[in-house]
Design a protein around this ligand. Sequence first.
Ligand code: ADP
Ligand code: MG
Length: 313
Amino acid sequence: MASEFELIDRYFRKDAPSALLGVGDDCALLKVDGTLAVSTDMLVSGTHFFPEDDPHLLGRKSLAVNVSDMAAMCARPKWATLALALPAADESWLKAFSRGFLEIASEYGVDLVGGDTTRGPLAICVQIMGEVQHPLRRDGARVGDDIWVSGTLGDAALGLSHLLGKIDLEEDAKHCLACLRNPVPRVELGLALSGISRCAIDISDGFCADLLHVLEASKVSAQVHLQDLPASCVLEKFRNRPEGVRAMLSGGDDYELCFTSPEEKREDVEKIGSGLGIRLTRVGKIICGSGLVLLDEDGMPMEAREKGYDHFR
Ligand code: ADP
Ligand code: MG
């Protein structure tokens, strides 16, 4: 049976060229240029994933969701730490998990510089650090700004509903499960928005809930037309059904960016989208007031219940 230190050596001790000192000492040593952006996300078995989920994809997702927070701040991700609680030293699980984690690390230029490994109920806690020059803060939205969303909404949530047996996606299951298990953080988009947007959030808890965070922080309101929200061809099939509407509005796990920018920057935003090959959709406007005004196909305000986010209140 491998000891904790052997496991760390085998699976998590990697070269960290961007650090003065990486895994192996009491602390990592990092040289920071300018402002450090720091964020943590925890994934708990049974809450954020199923214990039997593929460890390779789980490794990818646990770092990808943290990288997504960097993207939403216009930060360049650089370093991560990984705290793991494991029920047992299951080497085949650790091997696959670390492979997935380190794949995302290398795809996004992140060095793993430390962490902690302990016995306990399966939980994964990642801290990510990066450098930021022009942060995209949640309190940066201004009246008159356009509201934009990258990619499409709701596919991951449809995938989850399929797993839970609430809907049967048949041949579309593959696409939606890939969205759920293998999200793509929008780092290049976040960085490109520097100077064009002042305000962004990544959509992890659902479009309405995350946009509301922006509205509350910025002390403004927003008007959004349901029919303007970007949908994949899979979600289009559910668009007129409550499952589809709920998935887009409150599904979560999209990891797309929702950002605002002044009207005069519309062309710049469109150029960024076409340059990066990312669909960017203008979904509404920032207006005076508070709360989110969501309009249905007939231009009528929808109830919170229909928006699907009042069940936590
Ligand atoms: P300490 O007793 O000082 O907390 P540990 O024995 O927990 O140190 O860890 C030894 C070294 O291995 C430290 O540098 C720590 O950052 C690193 N480490 C532990 N677990 C992980 C992990 N899961 N991923 C990356 N580094 C880890
Ligand atoms: Mg420790």
